[in-house]
Design a protein around this ligand. Structure first.
Ligand code: 3H9
Length: 696
């Protein structure tokens, strides 16, 4: 008979074993109902003299995936997770956790306080709190090292990675891996231990000895790997604390730190991004139950740098790829380049020769469009020229299956014009990959006015499948990422004209948290590439933008960037950017030619002009409908363009600054730089007058 405790937890029995089943879809997060239900299950278990042991397991796709993030920031409702875990720790009869799916955060902390831990073969365990800018707060930090040792626990806590069931057993985190049905396996195991009634408490275990130097080494490594992030460093502090502090006091200290971190700006930013990434998968006009089309074979047109990278994305996801090029020679080059890139993975130890050969078997190279008759989706990645692309669309229309999707990888061309040149415009969308396509996480999927809902669902699902962060955007020149980037690049150039140096601008932006400043980045991309991109768009520029030709001057002087050893900076063997007085002279001559006096520019002005120019453009994109939500823009910039995740993305940052202050600053720079560049977007005017932010 089922003994219901509440809507989220039910209790039933099998002989002397009670079984508490948590059922709180989608991921069994520890909401108030789950905590209360488990406390009630414990009450009944303790009061029941016939019950010798209790199993905690979960219905649905996973064991408890952690505290309910949606409850953070709300008033705490009893029972707290800590109190539930303390009850488990003190229980005088054995409790067994049976984990499947992902046992994460508070979910794993519950298991750590049980007498025994079982895992199904596919189960994964972790303490991912650090990824949300916080740390375990209910004994995870104090218990895990006692079970698996300090070095492994430190890695799991400070980096948030997961381990599988077999590794967890080997390390001592799990007692047994259950093959077959988890519930029956767990009940059988628990019946075995029930009679003995032996209780094991992780809290009774000593902290295993470890190498004293470990903490300092890991601190330095983590500072390098997670630049600007506070939680990984605090994780080391807490580990150090737990090694020298009595158990109960250490648990209190851990909880107090967790509460502080929940309220910290970094955690708010990272939690915002967690929700934003999931919101980005919900597409306007695409009902949640829309069935994506089946994609089991794809084609990529154009074997250039982008086409090769895109082909690799699909091959890496085990999808067969037909790469179409104009000549055997270009295809041969592409194939060799792909092999070489995979060769790099072999050198780094992330791929074996055998895996490379398997991967290459997925690639077929062809010159004939007829060979595309059986593909489900085509990504067109030919030269960025409307008539060339239209020609490809027309040729594809003649050979593809009627429901095959055509996705263009254009960066700047008009998606509507391209869709109109296809026989089935409802099958046309954009999949805008970023270079290097096989590495970059961001995928801007583009909807055109006639794109079918199930095409949008398909490219979103496919984006996830190939390990990208897909964000749907609408028609706009440069879509979202590049259109905003072009405004930041413009301001960086204008700042040079006004008197700033490349070093100063790069220092301010990398100090903010970008991995690289715009000028060091330009040196990496190549000045010839930058100059060509500028020429391609020069007709649409303002007179000041047209005349701001520093890039052309550097390119003409042969300063093409890292590849020629000189660009905005000088480069030696170590490829570290060095100041070059010649660039100072070139800039001074440019200012004289343009009639600009040089003035002292503050770091604050640099930061605000570069970032607010982007935010203002983003507000226009939102009003135009090219971006569906402010949070989508935050996902785009944090997953694609190095905006530091702990700053939440440009729109989150602007909200933190306050929209009234954003408008004030835009008004100020309208006066200094010009109205045509900084006039506040209509949306910013509206939000400022209503006292609202982008996210509310
Ligand atoms: C913690 O435990 C702190 C404690 O130590 C101490 C406290 C004092 N809460 O990702 P998906 C939702 S901190 C609420 O698409 P998947 C998610 O928003 C927590 N909701 O699925 C989405 O909803 P929607 C530590 C959550 O299969 C839906 O579930 N734990 C939570 O790709 C499906 O999610 C973590 O950080 C949550 N904790 O991946 C785990 N988690 O459809 C975070 C998910 O409405 N979660 N949702 O947008 C994950 O890593 C993944 O969600 C998981 C499933 C791997 C579980």
């Amino acid at each position: 008979m089922n003994m219901i405790t509440n809507e989220a937890v039910s209790l039933d029995r099998d002989g002397a074993v009670l079984i508490a089943t948590v059922d709180n879809p989608p991921v069994n997060a520890l909401s108030h109902a789950v905590r209360a239900g488990l406390v009630s299950a414990l009450d009944q278990f303790e009061a029941d003299a016939e019950a010798k042991a209790l199993v905690i397991l979960c219905a649905g796709r996973t064991f408890i995936a952690g505290a309910d993030i949606r409850e953070f920031g709300q008033p705490l409702k009893e029972p707290r997770l800590g109190a539930l875990i303390d009850r488990l720790d003190r229980c005088e009869k054995p409790v067994v956790a049976a984990m499947h799916g992902t046992a994460l955060g508070g979910g794993l902390e519950i298991a750590l306080a049980c007498s025994y831990r079982l895992a199904s073969q596919d189960a994964r365990m972790g303490l991912p709190e650090v990824k949300l800018g916080l740390l375990p707060g209910s004994g995870g930090i104090v218990r895990l090292p006692r079970l698996i040792g300090v070095p492994d626990a430190l890695t799991m806590i400070a980096e948030g990675g997961q381990i599988g069931a077999a590794a967890a057993r080997d390390k001592g985190l799990v007692d047994e891996v259950v093959s077959g049905d988890l519930r029956s396996g767990a009940v059988a195991f628990t019946q075995g231990i029930a009679e003995k009634g032996e209780v094991r408490r992780t809290s009774d275990l000593p902290v295993p000895a470890f190498d004293e130097g470990l903490l300092a080494t890991r601190r330095a490594e983590l500072a390098k790997r997670y630049r600007g992030l506070k939680a990984p460093q605090i994780a080391v502090d807490l580990i150090e604390m737990m090694t020298i502090t009595p158990f109960a006091e250490a648990v209190e200290k851990e909880y107090a730190t967790c509460r502080e971190l929940i309220a910290s700006p970094q955690s708010k930013a990272l939690r915002h991004l967690f929700a934003a990434e999931r919101a980005a998968l919900k597409i306007d006009g695409v009902p949640a139950d829309t069935q994506p089309r089946k994609v089991s074979k794809v084609a990529v047109i154009g074997p250039g740098v982008m086409g090769r990278g895109i082909a690799m994305c699909f091959m890496d996801a085990a999808l067969p790829v037909v790469l179409l090029g104009r000549s055997e020679e270009s295809l041969g080059k592409a194939e060799a380049a792909i092999r070489k890139l995979y060769g790099g993975s072999i050198k780094r130890g992330s791929m074996t020769e055998a895996q490379l050969e398997e991967r290459m078997k997925l690639l077929e190279t062809v010159t004939d469009y007829e060979r595309l008759a059986d593909v489900d989706l085509v990504v067109e990645a030919v030269t960025e020229n409307l008539s060339v692309k239209k020609d490809v669309f027309a040729r594809l229309s003649g050979v593809l299956k009627p429901d095959a999707i055509i996705a263009t990888n254009t960066s700047f061309l008009d998606i509507e014009a391209l869709a109109s040149s296809a026989a089935q415009p409802q099958n046309v969308a954009g999949m805008h990959f970023f270079n290097p396509a096989n590495m970059m996480k961001l995928l801007e999927n583009v909807r055109a006015s006639r794109t079918d809902a199930n095409v949008l669902a398909t490219i979103t699902a496919l984006g996830k499948k190939i390990g990208k962060v897909p964000v749907m955007v609408g028609r706009s020149e440069g879509f979202v990422a590049n259109r905003m980037l072009s405004k930041r690049s413009r301001e960086a150039q204008f700042l040079l004209e006004d008197g700033a140096t490349p070093q100063q601008v790069d220092k301010v932006l990398s100090g903010f948290g970008f991995p690289i400043g715009p000028f060091a980045l330009a040196d990496l991309a190549g000045m010839d590439v930058m100059a060509a991109a500028r020429q391609a768009r020069i007709a649409g520029m303002t007179p000041r933008e047209q005349a701001c030709n520093i890039v052309d001057k550097l390119a003409a002087a042969g300063r093409l960037g890292q590849k020629t050893g000189a660009g905005y900076y000088l480069y030696g063997e170590d490829r570290k950017p060095q100041h070059d007085p010649a660039v100072g002279e070139l800039l001074a001559a440019h200012r004289t030619e343009r009639g600009f006096g040089s003035r002292e520019i503050t770091d604050e002005e640099i930061l605000e002009r570069c970032l607010l120019a982007m935010v203002n453009e983003a507000a226009k994109l939102l009003d135009e409908g090219a971006a569906a939500r402010a949070s989508d823009i935050d996902v785009i910039w944090t997953s694609g363009f190095g905006w530091p995740t702990h700053m939440g993305g440009p729109m989150f940052w602007a909200d933190q600054m306050g929209i009234a202050r954003v408008k004030e600053a835009l008004d100020k720079y309208s006066r200094i730089v010009g109205e045509e560049y900084f006039k506040p977007a209509a949306l910013i005017e509206r939000l400022a007058s209503e006292g609202r932010g982008f996210h509310n």
